[in-house]
Every structure is written in C-alpha cells, then in structure tokens.
Design a protein around this ligand. Structure first.
Ligand code: C2E
Ligand code: MG
Ligand code: MG
Ligand code: MG
Length: 281
C-alpha cells in the first residue's frame, strides 16, 4: 500500500503503522461513545507546603476507566479528546465535579483543575467555570485553573481576555509545566498568574544536574520577585525535598508524599494531614 502525500512523494505504510492507525481509530470511537458520568472519574493528588508540611489542597487528575481497556492514561486520551472536540464536554464535567467535591473539604483547601488550550477556542469556558462555582458554592478563590504556556502562544489577546474573565470570577490561574514550553517571560508581565508549577523534568534532575538546580533556583527567584507562588511537581525523593526546602520553594506534590488517589481516599488524606503536618516533611 502506498499513498501520495501532499508533497507528491510516495509514502509507504508499514503494516504495523496501519494497525496503529486502526487502533487509534478504535480508541477514538470508544472515547466518543463513552458515558462521561459512568466511565470517567477524578483522582486527587495532595499538595503540601514545603517548609511546614501543611496540606494545602489537591490537584484533580482525570481518569478514564474504559469498560474494554481498564484505566486509560490522560496522556493517551486527552490528545484524542482534544482532536475530536470531546474535551469541551469532558472539561465541563471535570470542573463541575472538582468544585462539587472540593466544596465538601475543609475551607482552607484548594482544588487545582487542568484546562486544555483547546477549551479556550469555544465561547463557553468561562460560563462553565462560573456555573461550577455557583452550583457547588465553592469559595471561588479555592479554585485554581492550571494552564500551560501554550495557551498564550497562539490567540494571545483572546486567551488573555478569557484568563482575565476567569480571574474576575475569583478563581486563580497557575502556569503548569513551567520551563518546558516557550518560557517567554513577557506574559508574566501581562497577566497576574498566581502560581508557577515547576515541571517534573527539572525536579527529577535537581540532585544530579547543576543546570537543573540552577533553573529551579531561577524559577523560584523569579516567582519570589514577582510575588508568584511556586510548586514543584513530581517530588520523589528526600534529596529532592531537601533541595526544594533549601531553595525556598513554596509547595510540592509528588510520589514521595502521595500519588493521585481515588476520591474515596481523599478523606483519609485530609484526616491524616489536615491538622498534623506531613510526616515526611
Ligand atoms: P500535569 O497537570 O502536569 O499533572 C501531573 C502529572 O504528574 C500527573 O499525571 C501526576 O499523576 C504525575 N505525577 C505526580 N507526581 C509524580 C511523581 O512524583 N512522579 C511521577 N513520575 N509522576 C508524578 P497524570 O495524572 O497521568 O496526568 C498527565 C497529564 O494529563 C497532566 O499533567 C495534565 O496535563 C493532563 N490531565 C490530567 N487531567 C486532566 C484534565 O482533567 N484535563 C486536562 N485538560 N488535562 C488533564
Ligand atoms: Mg496540572
Ligand atoms: Mg504539570
Ligand atoms: Mg503536564
């Protein structure tokens, strides 16, 4: 089998490539047909203050429990949902469900919700967040919307306007995976982000790579100078924790403390850590 590509060259499809395409189509079809309420759930990863070990809140992380495949990673299905447009419906459910659950937690705890750049392309993102806040009666400042730098790469003006409207609802905005994107610092001047989440790739190498440590230090310094909180993602070792303490990082999440847990287990984490700071810290 050969096909003409747009450049007029012959491209040959290997049989396994063909099966990859077929597999992708099948997954796409299953995703389209999925009942959101039944097959999707939010898991929650606790976030702690680095210096005191105090529980600060949770990040909501979406899981697809497919009847056919079992648990499918968001790394696999989010890109598909973005392509098919299902991300709009899914994203709306995520923010509603995250706010609903967080409204039952102690008032001090925040909930962080990831939003895809694709969700900015349709006019209903702000409305959906506003409705989720109103229905749940969650104090709006307890909701933190996580976006990646790519949101400001295209349609910058329109997306800045949307971010401002989300801020006007009272929610906070965090920059996720900070350092991996285009890291143009100019937009830090143009929008009052509440938080920079330092990407896991820098945290992972903080012990062995002086460059990674320097970058982490620079991001924390930038945050401190601008009055923006910093969170380290993916903390897995005590050495990483000690380095982050040394550098005065604000908050952290990672397997060292806890992976994302099913919502039924959130209460246990709150019971264990709300009054008593985390044991590892
Ligand atoms: P993210 O927002 O950067 O989330 C952090 C990811 O790192 C999560 O993966 C989390 O489970 C993982 N993680 C946390 N601590 C550690 C650690 O110590 N070590 C390692 N190796 N990993 C750690 P997850 O849950 O698979 O999510 C992957 C990505 O999928 C997220 O990255 C986010 O970009 C996206 N995602 C998840 N839920 C949603 C959602 O509801 N909406 C949208 N648009 N994207 C989502
Ligand atoms: Mg995130
Ligand atoms: Mg991240
Ligand atoms: Mg990410």
């Amino acid at each position: 089998r050969a096909k003409n590509s747009s450049k007029g060259q012959l491209r040959f499809f290997e049989p396994e490539m063909d099966s990859q395409v077929r597999e992708r189509r099948a997954l796409e079809m299953e995703l389209r047909g999925a009942d959101i309420e039944k097959e999707f759930e939010l898991h929650f990863q606790p976030i702690f203050a680095v210096q005191t070990g105090q529980l600060r809140g949770f990040e909501a992380l979406l899981r697809w429990n497919s009847p056919k495949r079992g648990m499918v990673s968001p790394a696999v299905f989010i890109p598909l949902a973005e392509e098919t447009g299902m991300i709009h419906e899914l994203g709306r459910w995520v923010v509603a469900e995250a706010c609903r659950q967080a409204a039952g937690w102690p008032e001090r705890l925040v909930v962080a919700v990831n939003v895809s750049p694709v969700q900015f392309r349709r006019g209903d993102l702000v409305t959906n967040i506003g409705e989720a806040l109103a229905r749940s009666r969650l104090t709006p400042t307890r909701l933190e919307i996580e976006v990646t730098e790519s949101v400001l790469l295209a349609d910058t003006e329109a997306n800045l306007a949307i971010l401002r409207r989300i801020r006007e609802l009272g929610a906070r905005i965090a920059l996720d995976d900070f350092g991996t994107g285009y890291s143009s610092m100019s937009y830090l001047r143009r929008f009052p982000f509440s938080r920079l989440k330092i990407d896991r790739s820098f945290i992972r190498e903080i012990g062995g790579s002086p460059e990674s440590l320097a970058i982490v230090r620079a991001i924390i310094g930038l945050g401190t100078s601008l009055g923006i909180d910093t969170t380290a993602e993916g903390v897995e070792t005590v050495e990483q924790l000690n380095a982050l303490r040394q550098e005065n990082c604000g908050e952290l999440q990672g397997f060292l403390f806890s992976p994302p847990v099913a919502s039924a287990k959130v209460g246990d984490i709150i019971d264990a850590f709300f009054e008593r700071p985390s044991q590892v810290a």
